[in-house]
Design a protein around this ligand. Structure first.
Ligand code: CUA
Length: 313
């Protein structure tokens, strides 16, 4: 029962032991090899200790004792650790190897992710807080940070790489299994570090191409009450909604916000109620965020803005 519960934690959208990518496959294999190897050596060492404790003194001479220390204490660990190092290095995924064409620049910001898709021969597409990749392709990530060090980690797809201000780190991920996974920030970056996540959607190639083409488009200008409030409240100073007067670049691009799975960078489901709450209580939901709470708005006004944002498909 306890074992089943413990193992249940090994699957799911954010587990390095439930791989859906080429790099993650090998990392998970290395983990199991090391775990089983360590368990066998641990059991053998314990058995030896029990044996030693129950054996009467003088049964073995000094030479046999010294030989045991030499073989068991020096030769055995040297051989095992050398073999493990060689094996580990040989299967470690090539994080920097060339990708198949698609590049995605991701920048860690104060508790959210700026995402820019750069297809091989196409225009760059700005997005935020959600990453989509085609299955069966090596995608190259260019990782940056706007303020402090963050760390980019999608456990189901591969290893993590730090995002360091002033430089660009590269990471190549090769997703193999379509599905929805979860990425996180893996380096303490401030008060809402634990609230900095993002959904990762692995799609079939054709579906991905369709989606990206849609993302590249602008939206129609809306005359809804929510759209008017969005501009009147100055949201457009920080957020962009391409095709409208909102052209801010400080905060997440909201052009196709309605099509994203979450609000607040992976922390709340993208439904009207949560979006309105996020607008009214930003500082409660995401402490330290650069967006202030718009607590001066009424619930009805926040709902109208949430409806508008939800309509941006
Ligand atoms: Cu960003 Cu922790």
């Amino acid at each position: 029962m306890a074992c089943a519960l413990a193992l249940a934690g090994c699957s799911g959208p954010q587990s390095a032991l439930d791989p859906a990518g080429d790099g993650a496959d090998r990392l998970a294999l290395l983990f199991w090899v090391m775990l089983i190897g360590a368990a066998v050596i641990w059991a053998a060492t314990l058995a030896l200790a029990f044996f030693a404790a129950r054996t009467r003194r003088g049964r073995f001479d000094e030479r046999a004792g010294s030989a045991l220390i030499l073989w068991g204490g020096a030769v055995f660990p040297t051989v095992v650790l050398t073999a493990l190092l060689t094996y580990g290095l040989s299967i470690t995924p090539d994080l920097r190897g060339p990708g198949d064409g698609l590049k995605i620049a991701v920048s860690g910001e104060q508790y959210w992710w700026r995402v820019r898709y750069q297809p091989k021969d196409g225009v760059a597409v700005e997005s935020a807080n959600e990453i989509r990749v085609p299955a069966g392709e090596r995608v190259e990530f260019m990782l940056e940070a706007a303020d402090v060090i963050h760390s980019f980690w999608i456990p189901s797809l591969g290893g993590k790489v730090d995002m360091i201000p002033g430089r660009t780190n590269r990471l190549v991920l090769h997703a193999t299994r379509p599905g929805i996974y979860r990425g996180v920030c893996a380096e303490f970056c401030g008060r809402s570090h634990a609230l900095m996540a993002f959904p990762v959607v692995v799609m079939e190639r054709a579906e991905f191409d369709r989606w990206l083409a849609e993302q590249a488009g602008t939206v129609n200008v809306s005359t809804s009450r929510g759209a008017e409030l969005f501009l009147a409240q100055g949201c457009g100073a920080c957020h962009a909604v391409r095709g409208t007067e909102a052209r801010g670049i400080v905060g997440p691009d909201l052009t196709h916000f309605g099509g994203r799975g979450t609000v607040g960078a992976g922390i709340l489901d993208n439904i009207r109620e949560n979006v309105a709450r996020f607008i009214l209580e930003t500082e409660l939901i995401k402490p330290g965020s650069r967006m202030p709470s718009y607590s001066m708005l009424t619930q009805e006004e926040a709902n109208a803005i949430a409806d508008y944002l939800g309509s941006l498909q």
